[in-house]
Design a protein around this ligand. Structure first.
Ligand SMILES: Cc1cc2nc3c(=O)[nH]c(=O)nc-3n(C[C@H](O)[C@H](O)[C@H](O)COP(=O)(O)OP(=O)(O)OC[C@H]3O[C@@H](n4cnc5c(N)ncnc54)[C@H](O)[C@@H]3O)c2cc1C
Length: 383
């Protein structure tokens, strides 16, 4: 492991790897970049998620960023020479209460204003897209055919291989235990395998970011929240879009291998970074899934697992310079959508670090907004 680097990235999830790859690309490998991770590639949320990637959001910033990110996902397999199982079946959102229906109508306007061809649907049109759904209680829906699902692991591996090919060092099973701050600036990081001198640290430790930030004297307002998910036995392909119910957080899609992969919002989870699976989730999910799609009543669940959302108080991430100490950059708080955002965040953050160029989108997600009271409202969060 190098003893000094221009940039050290903490966390080799999709976020840390995307930033490292884009830093190396932007500087044609001339910047020395080291990524350290306490675990293995895909050990964090990036290896445990549903792979949903969409541009249907309620705010213009997220829509704009996701348009760019979706384009990156679409061409990722060709550029990185790895099969990502990218499947653009669209996302079908459902609203079952008046409040949700109004929010959805506003979101569709924002999306159409940004050039997306999202359709706002009545009940019959929802049924027309997925005839197998129970829709008697659905008020309205929205559908965008360009939203997609990928298999997350090849994207993580693709970024890792791409970064390595450009000279980035990636060290798994290397835990950061300290961050040295000297005269208000980053000086070095300590790991359980040695020290690396550096003036720039990118903190991309997902749901563990608050405890790592504390090593540099920074308090983050995010917290870990267990999110469970499961996959069934494979079925013949029949379900095109990912279906997401905004009322109870139920979502499910069919993978290219035929499995129904899905989860549901669950407020009753243990405190802290717990990643065990629960019977309660299975009961909650199965009940909601079968009510929404009765034909799935006899399908067997094959695998169940859990990962961590990093919950942010205003449902928006924290990205960009921490301010103090100088040289610390943050990218966390992505809840259930960090996977889809990573390609565009990787690009923007790399430009900020190398050229000092911020962007209005990232400024809106600065850490200081919590202190300043500039919190965001609403959101189209699922799960
Ligand atoms: C079940 C589930 C389903 C999801 N579905 C979707 C979805 O469909 N679409 C979507 O966009 N998003 C989804 N998400 C969210 C998405 O997975 C995350 O937002 C994203 O993967 C976060 O990436 P990350 O790189 O920030 O974090 P992670 O992938 O968690 O990576 C952080 C890394 O930091 C490392 N680390 C922690 N502490 C230290 C330390 N002290 N020293 C060194 N390394 C450390 C960890 O080992 C880990 O590898 C889902 C999440 C879950 C849990």
């Amino acid at each position: 492991m190098r003893s000094a680097a221009d940039v050290v990235v903490i966390g080799a999830g999709i976020m840390g790897l995307a930033v490292a790859y884009e830093l190396a690309r932007l500087t044609a490998g001339k910047m020395s970049v080291v990524v350290v991770d306490a675990s293995y590639l895909c050990g964090g949320a990036s290896g445990r998620n549903g792979g949903g990637v969409r541009a249907q959001w309620s705010d213009a910033i997220s829509v704009e960023l996701m348009k760019e990110s979706l384009a990156e996902f679409r061409s990722f397999a060709r550029r990185h020479r790895i099969n990502t199982w990218f499947r653009a079946g669209g996302y079908l959102f459902l609203a079952r209460t008046e409040a949700r229906a109004e929010e959805l109508a506003r979101s569709v306007e924002v999306q159409r204003g940004a050039g997306l061809d999202t359709r706002f649907l009545d009940r019959a049109e929802v049924k027309g897209i997925v005839p197998e759904l129970f829709t008697d209680d659905v008020l309205v829906g929205s559908y965008n055919p360009h939203d997609a699902v990928v298999f997350p692991w090849p994207i993580v591996w693709g970024y890792a291989e791409g970064a390595r090919a450009l000279g980035v060092e990636i060290h798994t099973f290397t835990r950061v235990t300290g961050i040295e701050v000297k005269d208000g600036r980053i000086g070095a990081i300590d790991t359980d395998r040695g020290r690396i001198q550096t003036s720039t640290v990118v903190l991309a430790a997902g749901a563990h970011s608050p405890e790592v930030a504390r090593l540099a004297g920074v308090e983050l307002p995010t917290r870990p929240h267990r999110h469970e998910i499961c996959a069934t036995e494979p079925l013949k392909p029949w379900l095109t879009p990912l279906v997401a119910d905004l009322t109870d957080g139920l979502y499910f899609s069919q993978s290219t291998r035929g499995e129904i992969v899905g989860g549901i919002g669950n407020d009753r989870v243990p405190e802290g970074p717990v990643q065990t699976s629960s019977g309660r989730f299975l009961a909650l999910y199965a009940r909601a899934l079968v009510a929404r799609c009765p034909r799935l009543g006899a399908v067997r669940v094959l695998r169940q697992w859990a990962g961590l959302y990093d919950i942010s108080p205003d449902q928006r991430p924290i990205v960009g310079s921490a301010g103090e100490p100088e040289g610390l950059f943050l990218t966390s708080g992505f809840m259930g959508h960090g996977f889809m955002m990573a390609p565009v965040i990787g690009k923007r953050l790399a430009r900020w670090i190398v050229r000092g160029e911020s962007s209005s989108e990232l400024e809106a997600w600065r850490l200081s907004r919590f202190r300043e009271g500039h919190l965001h409202e609403g959101g189209m969060i699922i799960g």
